[in-house]
Design a protein around this ligand. Structure first.
Ligand SMILES: [Ca+2]
Ligand SMILES: [Ca+2]
Ligand SMILES: [Ca+2]
Length: 325
């Protein structure tokens, strides 16, 4: 099947775009640009004749005033993924985003301006290359029991880990009666994902064992999830340093309150989180409420089942990854 190339004259524009033709590394006769942050969008529809996997590539004339994070959102069968593209470099050539599964008649890329920096976003051409009819593959990983657990802060305001526990069948997230914060660490060996695969969607599944004291979602704000590739700190093992170790991507998901014990909640990863999952090693997550403690000198924490829980392995923390290739 020949490539499907959608150039800007065939795209649908919303908001304010200006047509230009001076850049010599453009595709076709011209291209358009819009102000970063203006909310303008450009929609490219492939209308693919056959369901299957398509390699999605984009072309733009490069320049120093372009966004270094121009958001290209690929809408595929069952979801979407936004790729930040640095339009200051690699102009005048096809730049591959990834491979995505489209239903017949589908295949869409939307170039946005929201969150883009600096000055302008370019909308030029998008290419869809048919590869095969392989259905997307979903794989599920259990959290590695030896690595996961909780880190408890050493004292109320230290912002440093004091004690760890990686062997319990549950782990805590919240605060304790000494106003110290519990953070949870999860660890998934995602190295079996093929290196040439495109990860389309990722979700994290957690099952509540119990609430100790008050409801932490009521007193401690949002339960945020941060990602490390390949791990927090200097090794994959749980360590006190994991409490404050740098994340690769912060805020990749939020965890909503389960409706009761033994109830599983599913959190979808953001595009930045999906793009940061390791295909060669481990991918770790740190769970922490937005408020470190509520200063009431009483426990407010949730216990989730850990990778050590063997009575019912479906309660272990799970990472569900959908990929194409
Ligand atoms: Ca063009
Ligand atoms: Ca563990
Ligand atoms: Ca408290």
């Amino acid at each position: 099947m020949p490539d499907i190339i959608v150039d800007n004259p065939s795209a649908t524009f919303s908001g304010t775009w200006t047509t230009a033709s001076s850049a010599t590394d453009k595709y076709g006769a011209d291209y358009r640009y819009a102000t970063s942050g203006s909310g303008a969008t450009a929609t490219y529809n492939a209308n693919v004749p056959l369901a299957g996997n398509y390699r999605v590539s984009v072309w733009y004339p490069a320049g120093t005033n372009r966004a270094n994070n121009a958001p290209y959102t690929v809408n595929f069968n069952g979801g979407s993924l936004t790729y930040p593209v640095n339009q200051q470099v690699n102009g005048g050539q096809w730049v591959t985003l990834g491979t995505h599964y489209f239903a017949a008649g589908g295949g869409q890329v939307v170039i946005g301006t929201t969150g883009a920096n600096p000055s302008v976003v370019i909308a030029d051409a998008v290419r869809f290359t048919y590869l095969n009819s392989n259905a997307p593959v979903t794989v599920t990983f259990d959290s590695v029991a030896a690595d996961d657990g909780y880190v408890l802060e050493s004292s109320e305001t230290s912002n440093a880990g004091g004690t760890i526990n990686s062997s319990n069948t549950t782990f805590a997230v919240g605060d304790d009666s000494s106003k110290r914060q519990f953070k949870g660490i999860l660890s998934f060996d995602t190295s079996s994902i093929p290196d040439d695969a495109t990860i389309q969607k990722v979700s994290l599944k957690l099952t509540q064992y119990s609430i100790n004291g008050g409801d932490p979602w009521a007193s401690l704000g949002t339960l945020n999830v941060h990602l490390a590739n390949p791990y927090f700190g200097s090794s994959a093992s749980l360590a006190t340093e994991d409490f404050a170790a740098a994340a690769t991507v912060s805020g990749v998901a939020t965890v909503s309150k389960p409706s009761g014990n033994n109830v599983t909640v599913t959190s979808s990863l953001s595009s930045a989180g999906v793009l940061a999952v390791s295909k060669t090693g481990k991918t770790q997550f740190r769970l922490e409420f937005s408020l470190d403690d509520d200063n009431d000198a009483a426990n407010d924490y949730v216990n989730f089942y850990s990778g050590n829980y063997s009575t019912n392995t479906s309660y272990r923390p799970k990472l569900e990854v959908q990929y194409t290739r």
